[in-house]
Ligand binder design. Structure first.
Ligand code: CDP
Length: 203
């Protein structure tokens, strides 16, 4: 069976950085599933029905990652992500990616619970809202996207609430996930711990 690593957690917890580093370390493919919802959110802001946008999503939609990282797109993503038809339209693509022969790392909100319940390793990455907002603020500023810390914190809290409260595939740790709280960890330490946990789960 293909080796799938599921990495879930709330906004800006460090999932993406950890997932990319784990994939590079073990030579696995990596899919940031949040980009799919962001791409649907962007199409909604452009006037499309989210259900139609999810059904029509194409590789080109993911090309401009910097634009997809904008805060207003993140907010739109968490709004389309509550729609069951949107989530259903994205399942097959994610499962096919997870089944890649060479191994795959997927990060998101429902990878260990819905997309890959049989993932060989499941991590639930968290950090305090303030720490996550500081990291996201630094990331946005580093990408040249203007932001205020207080706005970023409010956005992180609003999305956490929406992601946790939704009826379909809410943000929740799978019962068999390992919790990785990165509040007091440097990114290097968080990555090292994730690599150790994934290594321990390998055949
Ligand atoms: O990077 P960050 O953690 O801030 O967000 P993201 O992973 O890009 O996800 C953006 C939004 O998409 C989230 O707030 C969720 O509402 C939604 N999402 C989801 O519902 N399920 C996933 N597997 C991934 C993202």
């Amino acid at each position: 069976m293909a080796f799938c690593v599921a990495i879930d957690g709330p906004a800006a917890a460090g999932k993406g950085t950890i997932a990319r580093a784990v994939a590079a370390h073990f030579g696995f493919a990596h899919l940031d599933t949040g980009l799919l919802y962001r791409a649907v959110g962007r199409r909604m802001l452009a006037g499309e029905r989210p259900e139609d946008a999810a059904a029509a999503l194409a590789p080109d939609d993911l090309a401009d990652e910097n634009a997809l990282r904008r805060p207003e797109i993140a907010d739109a993503a968490s709004k389309v992500a509550v729609i069951p038809e949107v989530r259903a339209a994205l399942v097959d693509f994610q499962r096919a990616f997870a089944a890649r022969a060479g191994g795959a790392v997927l990060d998101g909100r429902d990878i260990g619970t819905v997309i890959c319940p049989d993932a060989r390793v499941k991590l639930f990455v968290t950090a305090s809202p303030e720490t996550r907002a500081e990291r996201r603020f630094a990331e946005l500023t580093g990408r040249g996207i203007a932001a205020e810390y207080e706005d970023v914190l409010a956005d992180v809290r609003a999305r956490d609430a929406r992601d946790s409260a939704r009826a379909t595939a809410p943000l929740v740790a799978a019962p068999d996930a390992t919790l990785l709280d990165t509040t007091t960890l440097s990114i290097e330490a968080a990555v090292a711990e994730a690599v150790r946990l994934v290594g321990a789960g390998r055949p």
